[in-house]
Design a protein around this ligand. Sequence first.
Ligand code: 3PG
Length: 213
Amino acid sequence: MSANASSTRARQLLASAPVIPVITIDRAADAVPLARALVKGGLRVIEVTLRTDAAMEAASAIIAGVPDAVVGLGTVLTADDLARAQKIGAAFAISPGWSDGLLKAASAGDFAFVPGIQTASDLIACVTAGFDVVKFFPAVPGGGLAALNALSGPFPSVTYCPTGGIGEANAAEWLAHPKVCSVGGSWIAPASAIATGDWAGIEARARAASRLR
Ligand code: 3PG
């Protein structure tokens, strides 16, 4: 099964991003200073989750105001979300899961899309549709590295971006796995740091994360 254009593009993009900060923005005004801090700390590829009312405005503000950032939309749940990501000029879209509608819409073009998986059946659906770069979510609650090792056996072509429960203490361990291209997580820019505008702290955590691989 060969990879489709969307997944090939996702693979290229994630190859340059061992650590992807997953950010959830409540106030669109925080978006640009937050993204600047991440880029300054060495993390250019950023996932903005579609979990708040401000998310689209925040992602658009980063795309317009921080040209060095490579912005993707996360928590993409529907083909509609995927279309919105493309419309605002995001570089990629990433989902905690998959559906027939999402895989069909993404495989129709070359916009980078990373579906989420948890089980062998999820992997069969994604690989059959041509997606061989997937998000392993939630990574730690879903069985951790032992689960990833077990899933790697029957699906040798698949590369993973684990997220969920990854932080400073265990990111290096995940990144050392040969099938892991990138890890993602909210530990670099947690809600508390965004709420208080602690851009220096976010930059420092980004710098530490950028040195993990
Ligand atoms: C995601 O959407 O990737 C996760 O919510 C990130 O998980 P974390 O908050 O445990 O890092």
